[in-house]
Write a protein that binds this ligand. Structure first.
Ligand SMILES: [Zn+2]
Length: 413
């Protein structure tokens, strides 16, 4: 299955390189992996990014007529970063990250992974830790690779639930303002979030502990009957979970404490309900509850990264220049157990390799044909490389199958 001759997917691929002196070299391309390897060793860049596959080799673009040089294929990519969670995250700020705020990223990974697989039928998803406080997704299904910019925009608009730009958040500042019946994707997100909202957002972040935040929560319901202000103002220690449950109980909505007692609670009646086509109806308390959960817990993605075929994204296995952490692939099935702090740091890896070279006990694991001993197999990178290899094998398998089917069809003809 392994071919020594790289296809256009490699030779016409852009690699953008950031040098130690911050110089940024775009439109590099290579005819073989050894050529890329040589350049990496020669230039010793702080990072490199992977861009689109172009109609010709990017390094030769000056010899190609301008109109003929354009991006033709590119993984569909998604970028989640905790900087977009500043109004949710209270455990850390700025560039810091801990196990608690990673859970917000994990929720996003979990939701997006389901949407991409179930709603779009994509199979070849690679999730990668970004090296600091986020995650990237690379979708390599041939259909996804060939999406145009317009199609990428449509897809990201489908995924995104947050109002921004022209529409703006609703008048209370809520970023999600949806009415039932929800689209199946939204309903699935709500169902998924109800399992994690208490642990991650309420208990994990204590998001309604500061006065500013619980006042925002009360404002969203816009209901003078919600009389908690005095009590919460007097007692600053009332937890987010207690506050949240007080509101839900007021409306007879299920709380995490009461779900077993009240399996089918009726949502409180809406005040002014108009019939179909009868204009705007008031959002019900149940809908408000679900909108608040989506506002705090739904995936926040950097939409610009996804929209353009020629957008560059840091390569998996790069070392983050600021943290020294390797951008390792991660398994979405265990994303909630992923610990960013435990991700191998390049300095630890060097020490590990140093120890290995002295002990000479380097195990060999058959991966791609490689004359050099698979040093990584004995380091902390082991499981991450295997995860990556599994992803690559699945893509190659499907491509080979598609090729065989094509050959069969032409024979039959
Ligand atoms: Zn944190």
């Amino acid at each position: 299955m392994w071919s020594a001759v790289p296809s256009y997917l490699f030779t016409q691929r852009e690699f953008a390189i950031t040098l130690q002196n911050e110089a940024y070299l775009r439109y590099n391309s290579y005819s073989s992996h050894t050529e890329l390897q040589k350049d990496m060793i020669r230039l010793n860049p702080t990072r490199f990014e992977i861009g689109a596959v172009y109609s010709g080799a990017p390094k030769d673009r000056k010899t190609i007529p301008k109109a003929g040089f354009k991006p033709v294929e590119r993984e569909l990519v998604l970028d989640i970063d905790l900087t977009d969670y500043d109004d949710v995250r209270r455990c850390c700020s700025d560039k810091k990250i801990c196990a608690k705020c990673w859970q917000l990223v994990a929720m996003a990974v979990d939701l997006l992974d389901k949407t991409l697989r179930r709603d779009f039928g994509y199979k070849h998803l690679l999730w990668v830790y970004s090296g600091r406080r986020g995650a990237h997704c690379w979708v390599s299904d041939p259909d996804a690779m060939r999406l145009s910019d317009d199609q990428r925009k449509a897809l990201v608009n489908y995924i995104n639930l947050f109002k921004s730009g022209g529409g703006g958040p609703n008048k209370y500042g809520l970023k999600v303002d949806l009415k039932s019946p929800f689209h199946p994707m939204v309903q699935r997100a709500v169902d998924t979030l109800s399992e994690r909202f208490k642990k991650v957002v309420l208990d994990g972040q204590e998001v309604f502990l500061p006065e500013e935040n619980w006042r925002f929560l009360l404002r969203i319901w816009a209901d003078p009957e919600l009389k908690f202000e005095e009590q919460w103002k007097k007692d600053e220690s009332v937890s987010s979970s207690v506050k949240w449950n007080s509101i839900l109980k007021h409306y007879g909505l299920p709380t995490d404490e009461s779900t077993t007692e009240t399996p089918t609670p009726a949502p409180a009646p809406t005040k002014k309900k108009t019939g179909p086509g009868g204009g705007k109806r008031r959002v019900s308390p149940l809908e408000t509850m679900q909108n608040v959960m989506l506002h705090y817990g739904y995936a926040r993605i950097d939409m610009e990264v996804t929209k353009h075929q020629n957008h560059l994204l840091k390569s998996p296995f790069c070392v983050h220049p600021a943290t020294g952490k390797v951008c390792v692939p991660l398994d979405p099935a265990s994303v909630f157990d992923f610990v960013p702090d435990a991700v191998p740091d390049v300095r630890d890896l060097l020490r590990e390799l140093d120890r290995l070279s002295r002990s000479s006990a380097i195990p060999s694991i058959p991966i791609i044909p490689n004359p050099a001993p698979a040093d990584w197999a004995a380091t902390a990178l082991h499981s991450h490389v295997l995860l990556f290899q599994k992803h690559i094998d699945a893509i190659l398998h499907d491509r080979l199958l598609a090729k065989q089917q094509l050959n069969q069809t032409s024979l039959d003809f």
